[in-house]
Design a protein around this ligand. Structure first.
Ligand code: NAP
Length: 242
């Protein structure tokens, strides 16, 4: 069902984005792999070994023009854009008392403005096609809040409102838009947390383990294939928030 479809993954060089690119490739989709700073030497060949094409494109997706270039690159290489995964994200955690204006603005720009940029440009292509699937990476923190993450929580909650609105606006043209809200997934983003923080997070996870990037990728592929789920926020968190 995803064979020869085109999937854009933003922030696809590592962590959940990397796992998503590999999982969509396993399902036969061609990949447009966006990265910001660098890409591991063997990642493109690892993706293409699955029998698909992969185009890597460096862009800061929080920048409106660079996001447009990324979308144009996808169209010039593959003609259609069938799935957009807005995965790029950062954290700048600190208590509100210590959070400065730049900590707030930069997290909102990268996590939320990038979603607007990418959906704005990609939806034009999907509207013409009368099909497409948009998947936005939110977080359980956007649903429940978290100490030290006012900026991140605001960006991820913003993604939820944005997702529901885009789902309503784009539905009549056969385009679905959903958000994934992971709990604690083992990546570079969570590796930086202290053992003490990790232990206390683990205490609050009924399934008593952290999630794997591949598990999130499987959910993204499921959402991309399904044509009757839209406007939803799907938690994948071992039961952390229920
Ligand atoms: P990660 O390992 O830190 O990877 C994030 C990726 O985003 C990196 O490849 C990074 O590239 C890229 N990126 C950052 N800013 C960008 C920009 N302006 N333009 C393009 N790419 C950019 O994080 P992750 O854990 O895989 O997280 C992926 C997504 O899931 C994020 O949206 C995150 O908020 C969300 N999430 C993660 C967890 C978790 O537990 N890990 C939980 C909930 C939600 P550079 O390294 O080059 O900057």
């Amino acid at each position: 069902m995803l064979k020869e479809k085109t999937v854009i993954v933003t922030g696809g060089a590592k962590g959940i984005g990397r796992a998503m690119a590999l999982k969509f490739a396993e399902n036969g989709a061609n990949i447009v792999l966006n990265y910001r700073s660098s890409i591991p030497d063997d990642l493109i060949s690892e993706i293409e070994d699955k029998g698909v094409k992969c185009v890597a494109y460096q862009a800061d997706v929080s920048n409106f023009e660079q996001a447009l270039s990324l979308v144009e690159t996808a169209v010039s290489n593959f003609k259609t854009i069938d799935v957009l995964v807005n995965n790029a994200g950062i954290t700048k955690d600190t208590l509100l008392m210590r959070m400065n204006e730049n900590d707030f603005d930069s997290v909102l720009e990268v996590n939320l403005k990038s979603v607007f940029n990418m959906v704005k440009h990609t939806s034009k292509v999907m509207l013409k096609q009368k099909s497409g699937s948009i998947i936005n990476m939110s977080s359980v923190v956007g649903v429940a809040g978290n100490i030290g993450q006012a900026n991140y929580a605001a960006s991820k909650a913003g993604i939820i409102g944005f997702t529901k609105t885009a789902a309503r606006e784009l539905a009549s043209r056969g385009i679905t838009c959903n958000a994934i809200a992971p709990g604690f997934i083992q990546t570079a983003m969570t590796d930086v947390l202290s053992d003490k923080v990790k232990e206390s997070v683990l205490d609050g996870i009924p399934l008593k383990r952290f999630g794997k990037p591949e598990e999130v990728a499987e959910l993204a592929v499921f959402l991309a294939k399904n044509k009757y789920i839209t406007g939803q926020v799907i938690n994948i968190d071992g039961g952390m928030v229920m």
